[in-house]
Design a protein around this ligand. Sequence first.
Ligand code: DX5
Ligand code: ZN
Length: 218
Amino acid sequence: MPHLIAPSVLAANFGQLDQDVEMLNQSATDWIHVDVMDGRFVPNISFGFPVLQAIQKRAQKPLDVHLMIEHPELYIEQFREGGADIISVHYEACPHLHRTLQQIKATGAKAGVALNPHTPVTFLSEVIQDIDVVCIMSVNPGFGGQKFIPHTYEKIKALKTMIQEKGSSCLIEIDGGVNLENAPLLLQAGADVLVAGSFVFNSTDPKQTIQNLKDISI
Ligand code: DX5
Ligand code: ZN
């Protein structure tokens, strides 16, 4: 499968969100990554349902909603109604992860689990068959524009091995500090989906930057 590119709208210009989403529609974007932060699970607040709905109104690509919130199980159905195609919850926020994954799937959305940098991939070994996407955080969640954590490569390799051993079809997504320098190495290590926020939106030609990320061959 060719790798997927998921630009993060956290780095978009919210004063012209429609234009930015339109640019993504016209680009090689595969998924639109939507970062929801509650100021509790992470020390930052981004946006919630009204912004998600505004994105959904315009978007012609699947919405990949990354919930950096406590008690995500309280809002799964609402995010699905707001247009989420993939809903990722954090391992660290879900004491009943298996139940929450079933809850996400019951809405018809694909189920994702995000792991903070300190959380070992082995913690997912008993539920890997129930997960559609594992999002390995390559920065500490909460902010765009942070520096990539190199230990991520090891985690990708370990997760890839686990997925193969368990015969799962789960995708590996990398989120945080992704750029054209580390992207080829991430793909070589086994990544399937690359999230990129500031690298895309702070570039002079975001559409071309997305294309460049998409065109990497390994
Ligand atoms: C971080 C978010 C990321 C972020 C990525 O908490 O989950 O999706 O937007 O931004 P960059 O690519 O700038 O690190
Ligand atoms: Zn994210």
